[in-house]
Design a protein around this ligand. Structure first.
Ligand code: PLP
Length: 404
């Protein structure tokens, strides 16, 4: 039996590709100087690694413009705060959905309370999907921002991004997309979708470490900076430089975090190249990334389908939402009659060394709408690309034991 059969990849993917651990360690040892600040070759090479990572991420997300608009932040939450606050002024109106994470809901609540921002929280269907028409109808003359969670971290539903992006484009309103649960799992082509700001986190599907995230700011959007400080350039200027990325990156960036993302981006390309060779496809880097992402998604969904099939054999289990096979990521939530989510998770952990997440998963409105908030939320299961047969057997055995 494994010491830890890990089924909490929606919280953070674990483990990471071996090359991520190795590169972070070696680069931090060999180049752990202040990039863009310290002098000498090491600082230049550290800066080059950062620039190369911006370029790879731009390519990964189909952003064809200059990669200086790839901004590094502390995490996904930080990127969302900076994007939303950078687009809103006192008295504006914004649209979010009820499937959002607190990384969106709480800032929106603060803007509503402290900046008199009007907030429309668009309802999702019982299955867990947003009706794009409901977003269209919520638009007002003073709507300055639409934010959408690409995939729910509770029930795994993937929202109709193309349709929502089209509505935002037609109305000339910037769309901020929270890709925390889809980056690295579902291909996202920012340019063809016309997304205003794409926010991402490093530690989930992008296989980087915690403490790094970011956003890509399209040319059609200009974000007002929310943080001011040193950038290593233009130091005599009293104010934050106007150019990207310095406009939005004050202070020293996380070199180890970016090194992790760098190695992970190379890993996606290598995985995709292997898949292309196996299918005798001639693939450039963009296609390699797409192949890798699609493969990861398929592997994760195959685990999820087995778990779902087993859960469906227990009459007292209720799976929340109805994610469609064509629009879902490998995350599901369930409740069990007569036992709380926390009790299930505790038993999984204590008796079977199976790690899951119980509770509200920082997305309270999903639970309010599903009537699972008062009972202590759900048990969330999220297999990952590195989930193996031993993990699966351990989980299936735990399900049989605890739910029987
Ligand atoms: C949908 C969603 N958005 C945002 C976040 C926040 O990301 P981070 O943990 O990087 O701040 C999460 C993290 O769980 C998430 O699932």
């Amino acid at each position: 039996m494994k010491e830890n059969a890990y089924f909490d990849n929606a919280a953070t993917t674990w483990p990471k590709p071996e090359s991520v651990y190795r590169f972070m360690d070696s680069f931090f040892r060999s180049h752990g100087v202040n990039p863009g600040r310290s002098g000498g070759l090491l600082a230049v090479e550290a800066e080059q690694m950062i620039t190369a990572t911006r370029s790879m991420l731009a390519q990964f997300f189909g952003f064809e413009s200059h990669s200086s608009r790839v901004i590094f932040t502390l995490n996904g939450t930080d990127a969302l705060n900076l994007a939303m606050r950078g687009l809103l002024s006192r008295g504006d109106h914004m649209i979010v959905t009820r499937v959002e994470h607190n990384a969106v809901l709480r800032p929106a609540n603060h803007f509503e309370r402290d900046m008199e921002v009007g907030v429309t929280r668009v309802v999702v269907s019982g299955a867990g999907y947003v009706d794009p028409d409901a977003i269209r109808k919520a638009i007002k003359a003073d709507t300055k921002l639409i934010v959408i969670n690409h995939a729910s971290n509770v029930i795994g539903t993937v929202q109709p991004l193309e349709d929502v992006a089209q509505i935002a484009r037609d109305a000339g309103i910037p769309l901020v997309v929270d890709s925390a649960q889809t980056a690295g799992v579902i291909p996202i082509d920012m340019t063809s979708l016309g997304i205003g700001v794409l926010t991402f986190t490093g530690h989930k599907g992008l296989f980087g470490p915690m403490g790094i995230g970011g956003m890509i700011v399209s040319d059609s959007v200009d974000l007002a900076p929310q943080r001011f400080g040193g950038t290593g350039v233009d130091s005599l200027s009293h104010f934050q430089p106007e150019g990207y990325p310095h406009k939005l990156e004050a202070g020293t960036v996380s070199l180890p975090g970016i090194a992790g993302l760098h190695a992970a981006q190379l890993w996606f390309r290598e995985l995709g190249a292997e898949l292309a060779r196996a299918s005798q496809i001639d693939a450039d880097d963009v296609l390699c990334c797409r192949l890798a992402v699609q493969h990861i998604h398929a592997v994760e969904l195959s685990h999820l389908k087995r778990i779902e099939a087993r859960l469906n054999t227990f009459a007292k289990v209720r799976i929340v939402g109805q994610a469609l096979d064509t629009a879902r990521v490998a995350t599901l939530s369930f409740t069990v009659d007569g036992i709380t989510a926390q009790q299930v998770a505790d038993q999984f952990d204590a008796d079977h060394q199976v790690c899951v997440r119980a509770g509200l998963q920082c997305a309270p409105l999903v639970h309010v709408d599903a009537n699972t908030a008062d009972g202590g939320g759900t048990v969330r299961l999220s297999p990952g690309f590195f989930t193996d047969e031993e993990d699966m057997q351990q989980l299936l055995c735990a399900l049989d034991d605890v739910l029987a």
